[in-house]
Write a protein that binds this ligand. Structure first.
Ligand SMILES: N[C@@H](CS(=O)O)C(=O)O
Ligand SMILES: [Fe+2]
Length: 266
């Protein structure tokens, strides 16, 4: 098993009989491990079944997840609208989080529906592994460096931005979040994200088409930190709730909690 610490620094020797890199965008995936070839899911239900097998024992231990293998498994699933249509529920003006499977508490698999030009706030992932596959449309992922020091907005509420003094403008520039990389992800691509790689914000760049993505988080998380792009200050996202569960809209999504989540309300 490959630990997360070195998964993305070294690439294992490629076995041509099992290597299948189509769909992988962020890293070289060789899928070499002691568990045999990575299976090809027949459909989304089959992917869920196979994820339970992959993560059934290791999903909770963040250090112990064979990320390359899980990423390959997600890449091996070919997006088919018939599989995911019932989960792809849109809301106006913000992206929705639609739970597909709760992984018996070991992972969350969800489908995110992104209306035209909507996006997420800059955020971390509370130490979880995040795999994101594009099912339809495209998404832009902007990767940021962590701020040198994480300062919470509430720590110093008086230090506001926005002066016309040029010294202040310089300070403001220094304080802003620094971009590391920008990537456009197309249908069937799979990206990996973890706090060890930085922070990210995701958006649908298209003005005339929604986007759908499939996200796997292990272990699952309910809250994370969001970051102000100009000041780099952090705040708790509030509870990251679901818009629907197994294709059924959750009434509570209209609650205060839903509208207060700073991850989706940007
Ligand atoms: N991590 C985000 C989606 S994305 O912007 O990566 C979420 O859990 O809603
Ligand atoms: Fe994210």
């Amino acid at each position: 098993m490959t630990s997360i610490a070195n998964s993305f620094i070294t690439s294992a020797p490629v076995d041509p009989t099992i290597s299948k890199t189509d769909g992988i965008v962020t890293n070289t995936i060789t899928a070499v491990c002691n568990k045999g070839p990575v299976p090809v899911p027949k459909d989304l239900d089959d992917l869920v079944r196979l994820l339970h097998i992959e993560l059934g024992t290791s999903g909770l231990d963040s250090e112990d997840v064979d990320v390359e293998r899980v990423q390959q498994l997600m890449a091996n699933y070919k997006s088919n609208m018939r599989d995911w249509k019932k989960y792809a529920l849109f809301d106006k003006g913000r992206y929705t989080r639609n739970l597909v499977d709760d992984g018996n508490g070991k992972f969350n698999l969800m489908i995110l529906a992104w209306p035209e030009t909507t996006g997420s706030a800059i955020h971390d992932h509370s130490g979880s592994h995040c795999l994101m596959k594009i099912l339809d449309g495209r998404l832009q992922e902007t990767l940021y460096h962590w701020p040198d020091k994480v300062i919470n907005e509430s720590d110093n509420p008086d230090s506001g931005m926005g002066s016309d003094n040029s010294d202040d403008e310089e300070k403001e520039k220094d304080a802003a979040m620094k971009i590391k990389k920008e990537t456009i992800l197309k249908r069937n691509k799979v990206a990996y994200m973890h706090d060890k790689l930085g922070l990210h914000a995701v958006s649908n760049p298209l003005k005339s088409k929604g986007a759908i993505s499939l996200h796997l988080y292990t272990p699952p998380y309910e809250t994370c930190k969001t970051f102000n792009e100009r000041s780099s200050k952090a705040r708790s996202s509030g509870k990251c709730v679901f818009f629907s569960d197994k294709g059924e809209k959750i009434d509570a999504c209209r609650s205060k909690e839903y509208t207060k989540c700073s991850l989706t309300n940007v």
